[in-house]
Structure formats: C-alpha cells, structure tokens
Ligand binder design. Structure first.
Ligand SMILES: [Zn+2]
Length: 395
C-alpha cells in the first residue's frame, strides 16, 4: 500500500496498492502464458470488504502484457474474477448473504442497488457450479410448477438421489422434456437412467419412453396425492357452490384445511373441519377417501397394493363422488406405473421437497425472469442443505 485516504465523515476508506518490483509474475488473462515484463499499467478501483464501519475501496495497479498469441491483454488477477468493480472476497460475502436473505435485504445491508446484488450473486453461483463435480443421473424426477396465469407452467427435472434440480423448461409439453434429453444428456447418460418419477401426465411419459426406453416409470405418492387434493377441492366446490349466505361463509377459507392431512392439524383446526363435515356428509366421505389413499404406499408387494386399491375403490360405490370416480379411473389406467413403486424403490418426498424449495425461492425473490439464475439458486439451496446434514452427522 502506498497511499491511503480516510473520509471520517462519510465513513469511506480508500487504499492504493501495487505489487513490489521484482515480484511481478504476470499472466495473460486469455491464454495463461507467463510474462515478467508489463506492457503498460493502469489503475482499477474495486470495492472490498469493509474495514470496521468504513466502506472500503481499493485502487489496484493493474498491468497489461503483450502476448504474442493474443496481443495486448490485461493480466490475470484471481482476486478480481470479473470486470465488475468488486473484489472476489467482497462478491463471496454478498453471495453468501444471498443464501439466507432476499436480494432486497442484502442490497440494503451492503448499500448496493438490488440489480447489482443479483448480478454478484449470479457470478458467485456460476463460479461455484463450474468448480464442482456433478453426480450421474440414475433416478430422475419430473414435475411441473404452476407459475400463474401468464407464465403458466415450468417443467422441473431433478435428481432424486441428490435432491437437486437439474433443469428447468418453459411449459409442460412433450417437446419441453425432449429438450432436456437432447440438450443436457448424451446417449450413454440417457441409457443410465433407471427410473423416473413423474406425474400421470401423458406428454412426459411419451418423452421418457422415446429418449430413455429402458427407464422404469413410477407414478409416485406425491403426484397422485396432488390429484386426490384436486378431487376433494372439486367436491367442495360442487357441494357448496349453490349454497347461499351463511353456509358459504362457513366454508370460506377452509380449502387448505381440506388439503392438509389430519395428523398435521391442530385440535382447533380439526374441530373446524368437523363442523364442516357435519354440514355435508359427502365432503366428509371425500376427505376420508383422500386420507386413506395415502396408505397405498405402505405396501411393498404388488398383490397387497392391488388389494388395497381395490378395497379403496369399493368404498366409492353408491357415493356419487364424481371427482373421485374420475381419479379411480385414472389410477386404473396408470396401474402399472403405480405398482412400479414396489418393483423399484424410489425415495418418496424428494420431488415434493424440490418443488417446495423452488416455490419458496419464487415467493421470496419475485420475478425470477432469468431461469438460469433460479436454477443455480435452487441447486445451491439443495447442495448446502446436504452439506449441513452431512456436517451434523459427523458431529
Ligand atoms: Zn495470451
């Protein structure tokens, strides 16, 4: 350091640094060739970690080299990973802060514009992902996330073994998933996929059968229970749509209660549900059907699973619960993929967890227009969770 300035009033510290003579091993930033002499030099100001409560700027003397291959180029400086005016450790600090707080909060803390924080975070995540090893894909999950009326659907592919999202695609057509197989995997990697957990959604199945024909398709609990939730919601709407005033008021806001499992409800909430069921037996029956379908995945033998499904469908008789009859038909049409759960054990709840993480990111961040950024963010989230679990185990 050969110069410093301190602005006590505005809490700003500025430092000027340069390397000692004789300590110059310069590297071409494009090809990595080494040089001992500089072509010329100039100064670059970057923001560094704060010193005490002082916002700190470091002015660094930078050199250019005259490379026979690349021409006149800036030297490579590992501490300055990008053209942006921030040191690497400053970017790391901002990136780490973004892991547990929203970009808006981090922006306020570091006194930076929100767009700058996002750009730093993106570079931080990109550096992380290029440096790590990516495990092979043997068990894949495919799911869709509903983004809203305008953007509609997002197709999410994840690795069930690592719990990490791998790829996002707009919409949920066969072509959407085709793109994943085409762009992200080679033929050998496609053959390596043993099992895929998907929703009972025809386009996905068709795509998987085309690109990974040896892969077994499993319709897992999470997806089927989503359909059961849709069915009970439909019963609720059908039953209470025509009811006026007082009763409609009672039903209002009870939707999530019906979608929540009984064992997860507090006593007060259970009572609210019971009041609702006292008004309408059909809804009560539908709730019991939804709750008992869950038990289908306790069975480990195909025969037992079929028997349970049969007895579940027997309960539908004479009930006139159209949405559940439709669900039963759907289950029969996809029976093979449901039974595949007995043949190939896949971890339950992974697709659900990945889905939940992405939704919480979307809620927190609002407007992830850049899907690449959203994906990196979700991957980092999954990876740090695993690291945390491993750490806890070791301790
Ligand atoms: Zn060069």
């Amino acid at each position: 350091m050969y110069r410093h300035e301190i602005d006590e009033k505005n809490k700003i510290l500025e430092l000027w640094v340069r390397r000692k003579r004789g300590n110059r091993k310069l590297e071409c930033s494009r090809c990595g060739r080494k040089f001992s002499d500089a072509y010329d030099s100039n100064e670059r100001a970057v923001r560094d970690l704060p010193w005490s409560e002082f916002k700190t700027t470091v002015h660094i003397e930078m050199y250019r080299v005259k490379c026979p291959d690349c021409g006149v180029k800036l030297e490579k400086v590992p501490l300055l990973p990008s053209k942006a005016p921030f040191s690497k450790r400053f970017e790391e600090a901002v990136g780490q802060a973004c892991e547990s707080a929203s970009a808006r909060q981090v922006a306020r803390h570091f006194r930076l514009p929100e767009s700058t924080v996002r750009a730093i975070d993106l570079r931080y995540l990109e550096r992380w992902t290029t440096a790590r090893r990516k495990p092979a894909l043997r068990q894949m999950g495919v799911d869709e996330i509903h983004l809203g009326k305008k953007q509609k659907f997002l197709t999410v592919v994840c690795n069930l073994e690592t719990g990490e999202p791998l790829w996002f695609g707009r919409e949920r057509k066969k072509e959407t998933l085709d793109e994943f197989f085409q762009r992200e995997l080679n033929a050998r990697q496609c053959r390596g996929i043993e099992v895929a957990c998907v929703d009972m959604w025809e386009p996905y199945r068709l795509s998987i059968e085309q690109w990974a024909p040896s892969c077994r398709i499993v319709y897992d609990k999470f997806h089927i229970m989503q359909h059961a939730n849709d069915a009970i919601d439909e019963v609720r709407r059908e039953e209470f749509f025509r009811k006026g005033g007082r009763i409609r008021g009672l039903v209002k806001g009870k939707r999530w209660l019906l979608l929540t499992r009984w064992m997860n409800l507090a006593a007060g909430k259970r009572q609210e549900l019971n009041q609702l069921f006292a008004l309408n037996r059909k809804l009560f029956k539908a709730y019991l059907l939804k709750e008992s379908l869950d038990r289908l995945w306790m069975y480990r033998y195909e025969g037992a699973m079929i028997r349970y499904l049969q007895s579940w469908m027997d309960q539908l008789r004479w009930q006139r619960l159209r949405p559940f009859q439709k669900l039963a038909e759907m289950l029969l049409d996809h029976l093979d993929g449901i039974l595949n759960y007995c043949r190939t054990k896949v971890p339950l709840g992974v697709v659900e967890a990945v889905n939940g993480n992405i939704k919480s990111l979307l809620r927190r961040g609002r407007g992830y227009k850049n899907l690449h950024y959203l994906l990196l963010k979700a991957q980092r989230m999954a990876a740090t969770r695993t690291e945390f679990v491993v750490f806890k185990k070791a301790a």
